[in-house]
Design a protein around this ligand. Sequence first.
Ligand SMILES: Nc1ncnc2c1ncn2[C@@H]1O[C@H](COP(=O)(O)OP(=O)(O)O)[C@@H](O)[C@H]1O
Ligand SMILES: [Mg+2]
Length: 324
Amino acid sequence: MLGLKTWLALRSRGVLGINQRNGDLVLKYNARHLYPLVDDKLITKERAMASGMRVPELYGVVSTEQGIKDLGAMLRPHADFVIKPAQGAGGDGVLVINDRFEGLYRTSGGKLLSLDDLEFHISSILSGIYSLGGHRDCAIIEYRVKPDPVFSAISFEGVPDIRIIVLRGYPVMAMLRLPTRQSHGKANLHQGAIGVGVDLATGITVGGTWHNLKIQRHPDTANPVSGVQLPYWDEFMQMASTCYELTGLGYLGVDLVLDEAQGPMILELNARPGLNIQIANDAGLMGRCRDVEQELAMRAPRVWGITPRKRVAWCKQRFAVTDQ
Ligand SMILES: Nc1ncnc2c1ncn2[C@@H]1O[C@H](COP(=O)(O)OP(=O)(O)O)[C@@H](O)[C@H]1O
Ligand SMILES: [Mg+2]
């Protein structure tokens, strides 16, 4: 749990609590009927591809128990891949396979699994144990993103992702999430990944948080996590901003990854993004969201003409970290 002192300090800087996030942002800006666009990763992927945005390539989908018998054939052309529940969250049920060894599959944590093990895992995914609401689900098999070397000094296995919070198309806060030994190659904070704040103006990292503690260095590599320039920063910001037009959701957490060969990609979207990003940035979301609301109120009723490029430029200037 977050220490009372840290929490009080953040409150004084306009930190957003869970009730306020739900009432003032999620319920206000996100129409319920649009949730499936982000709660189902298969739909998100199709949408993003249809509008020309890059996503990890889909290798196949298993949606029924009978379909599981085709898994071996589906995986044959691929030495590495990722299996995940279409409606999962928090990294649960995500299995990253890095390579093969003697007919077995090696996970990013180094465990060797048989085809039977993978089939069993898919059967569990179908049963819904990893999924929002516990309903029956589908298993997605997709391209394994290869992390860009820029992250090798500050992450342990797996792929870091970049979370950007977007209010009505305005990117208001960003965080780089770094896998650790404990998170088994996943970039989810609840699995033990680190969250590192990012200066929106430059894409340079500031200090980090791990298990709600403030940290300066990666626990596995001991390298400093701040002062790292994220490549393609403008492209990441533009992609995040465009997800407003893509989904119609006014309050979004956009998760992006950087593949060493294919560049920036959308990994997934979230309609109820977590609040730890505020600790990573040592800044509150409330004030930034109010700033955007005021800007939009001032420009009303001509807000539809504001392009992602203009929104990004406005946020970079408005939310720049000045004391670096
Ligand atoms: N295609 C992929 N390639 C490499 N790593 C992945 C891939 N998909 C997911 N991961 C890893 O697993 C984590 C969780 O996956 P994600 O798709 O974000 O689902 P969730 O909704 O459970 O967070 C990611 O943050 C990333 O570290
Ligand atoms: Mg995720």
